[in-house]
Design a protein around this ligand. Sequence first.
Ligand code: ATP
Ligand code: MG
Length: 423
Amino acid sequence: MGHYGRNYIAEDERMTNKQAAIKIIKRLNRNGFQALLAGGCVRDMLLRRPASDYDVATNARPGDVIKLFTRTLKVGAKFGVVIVLLEGQQVEVATFRTETGYTDGRHPSVVDFTGAAEDAGRRDFTINGMFYDPVKEKVIDYVGGKADLKKKLIRTIGKATERFGEDYLRMLRAVRFSTQLRFAIGPATWSAIRSNAKNITKISGERIAIEMEAILVNPNRSAGTSMLAKSGLAKAIFPGFTSERVKFAANVLGRLRKKVDFALALAAFFAGCPTEYALKSCRILKLSRSRNRHIKFLLTNRGKLLDDKMSLAELKMVLAGPYFWDLYELQRAIQKAGPDGKEGIAALTRLRKRIKALGDIELRPKPLLNGHDLIRLGAVPGPALGHLAQELYIAQLEGKLQTPQQARHWAKSWLQKHRMTEK
Ligand code: ATP
Ligand code: MG
């Protein structure tokens, strides 16, 4: 395919992440190194589940890997991790290693390059600790991962309390894998989570958020939330998250559609909490500005859609926002989870009818004045013109302005107030 150039390779002809990883393994093998697929992708292959990415583990040192491949990223070379870029794919190639000297429950202080067996031993759970040799087509399992896959069990490799003591995030990862795979957590692993749950606060909000997202966007999110509660992790992460609130959360989460955005799921997670508390709790997760805005919209507008007396202008305003249907979905789930059960959605059905009756033209009416009109009135082209146009449109949606004449009058006084006219 080379002579077409990369831009002309059709989607289905492009090398997959798996093919790229195998090509890398073969090149490492040809140069005398042992190289294997490792971790999550082996687990997912055995479960016949699509893997998110294929990681390579090898006895080649980062320096060797960098020499063998033309395009690499040396992000974690010190810890034995190099990213190899091949045919538009990025593959993590990691040197077999052990990690020791955890003192803070987060970071290892010493990394030693070792063999495959030792590398398996540093991984978190038995089902995540296997290798696969794609050339010999053989699973290499030093940790009893295959047996636990059969039993549908999440168990730490080695003593659970020790392994969590090295990195407390693993507790949340256990709940995450249990949610995603619908596997049980082994008894020793579970009791170690319960007794160490408080230590999750040693982990950064960003890392907690990644696991929370994986739990809450998964269709099995309701069970995941109950697990977060029973383990004590939910309360440790969000102080004040009472069992009553968790119960309601699990109920609401279970009623959302299968595929949801993290923001909607998180709003549902906090559906049984006061808005102030929920927003404060979200701060712990260090979410992006736009995600926070999304969640805030959903939480502060709870209940609004149930109001039959909502004015037309107000309805148009909520509808014009980007998260309207998420709000609708959240409210629907809250109603179903509430004391009235399915009866509770009657108000939403009425709202839907009302929206349908409005039609598209009513909902997004043509602006009474366009940009040219505003310039003719004396507005100077630039960002301020945009603000004027926006405020004018809002006044129109609110029903304050009905005719172009009223709009011109309104725009003129706006311009005077903002001293934007040229005169
Ligand atoms: P996913 O399919 O969600 O990517 P994964 O199992 O590949 O799941 P990653 O976070 O991508 O999980 O990590 C890759 C592998 O690295 C894991 O399978 C596990 O062997 C190891 N690993 C990752 N995080 C940890 C950790 N905190 N402690 C120990 N081993 C870990
Ligand atoms: Mg992975």
